[in-house]
Ligand binder design. Structure first.
Ligand SMILES: [Zn+2]
Ligand SMILES: [Zn+2]
Length: 349
């Protein structure tokens, strides 16, 4: 029996156990697009799935949610996309009929799946999606670095939630990939000063490259005094926490002026101990959560990178072919603090 053209996928059979599997290529149905994957950036979420620490993930799983590629085929009824077009994938796959979806908040879909977690992801040579999850990229952008646009869109989503305005003072805790992008986006929003906080010197050097006004080499707790000094004792309007550590909540609130906003961007399953709700009253602090991204965050982020306002070229630490996905994750697990993004392309020897 003829089974059509083949492709390879890197299947995670169990934590830390990859297998390169040959499969039939997907075929585009009505309203669908098949994307030939060019590059997938690997982030902390993938590392949690790889090591078995991400709750609720069922194995085997094909990871990969920060992906770019080229349209390979379009199904009936698809307009605006042609084979050969470079694209970025929106990995938040919504059900389309729950109350969140009905409100136009598909990123809060009650039944949403993320590509590469609940739905087969981009560590595969071809992926099939409904056409509205596929965003055209300007052809001049590198498909490797354009994978960062997915993360940038989540960062932009959070800053929209915070409603950051020009002239406000901002602290960004942590200067990994999302922290650096928060720093840059806050500068572009006209925030001043933008204070980057990290315990890692080279990340602060990158924060300066993102035009941070101040770079503070310290933990969140140890940075409180310096943030107060830099704001003449007032505290800042906004703190954005990208550290993913529960212990930063209290420190972040201590840095805020009365009426300030704390954005918990990178969350943690850890319990927050020793936290009192009193500052929510006394300082009238707002705590703001942010989940994933919306299609308009993706379009705005593509524009920010295409126009050169945000330079993501320095974020790709190293690149691996698809059939060495296992080696890529071994390196990432060994050195998570030294890596911004590992990119896996679709090459199989
Ligand atoms: Zn990610
Ligand atoms: Zn839904």
């Amino acid at each position: 029996m003829y089974q059509g053209p083949k492709m390879y996928a890197a299947v995670l059979q169990a934590p830390r156990k990859f297998e390169i599997v040959e499969r039939s290529r997907p075929v585009a149905g009505t309203g669908e697009v098949v994307v030939r994957i060019a590059a997938t950036a690997v982030c902390h979420t993938d590392l949690e799935i790889y090591t078995g620490r991400h709750p609720g993930v069922r194995y085997p799983v094909v990871m990969g949610h920060e992906a770019t590629g080229t349209v390979d085929a379009v199904g009936a009824g698809v307009t605006g996309l042609q084979p050969g077009q470079n694209v970025l994938i929106n990995p938040v796959i919504a059900c389309g009929h729950c109350d969140s979806c009905a409100r136009g908040a598909g990123h809060l879909c009650r039944n949403a799946g993320i590509l590469g977690r609940e739905i087969e992801g981009s560590l595969s040579q071809y992926v099939r999606l409904a056409a509205h999850y596929v965003h055209a990229l300007p052809q001049h952008l590198s498909l490797d670095t354009a994978t960062l646009i997915e993360t940038l869109a989540t960062v932009r989503h959070a800053q929209q939630r915070v409603d950051l305005t020009g002239g406000e003072s901002v602290v960004v805790l942590g200067q990994g990939t999302s922290g650096l992008l928060h720093t840059r986006l806050a500068v572009l929003a006209g925030a001043t000063p933008v204070i980057a906080v990290s315990r890692t010197k080279w990340k602060l050097d990158m924060a300066r490259h993102m035009d941070a006004h101040h770079a503070v080499l310290a933990s969140a707790e140890a940075a409180i005094d310096e943030v107060l000094r830099l704001t003449d004792g007032a505290g800042v309007d906004v703190v954005i926490d990208t550290t993913g550590s529960a212990g930063t909540l209290q420190a972040g609130i201590d840095m805020l002026r009365p009426g300030g906003r704390f954005c918990s961007f990178s969350v943690s399953h850890e319990l927050v101990s020793g936290f009192s709700t009193f500052p929510l009253y006394y300082k009238e602090v707002s705590i703001i959560g942010s989940r994933a991204l919306t299609p308009s965050d993706i379009d705005a982020s593509i524009e920010l990178v295409a126009s050169g306002k945000i330079d993501v070229s320095g974020f790709v630490t190293t690149t691996y072919p698809l059939d060495r996905a296992a080696a890529a994750f071994e390196e990432y697990e060994r050195n998570p603090g030294r890596i911004l993004r590992i990119v896996i392309d679709s090459a199989v020897a």
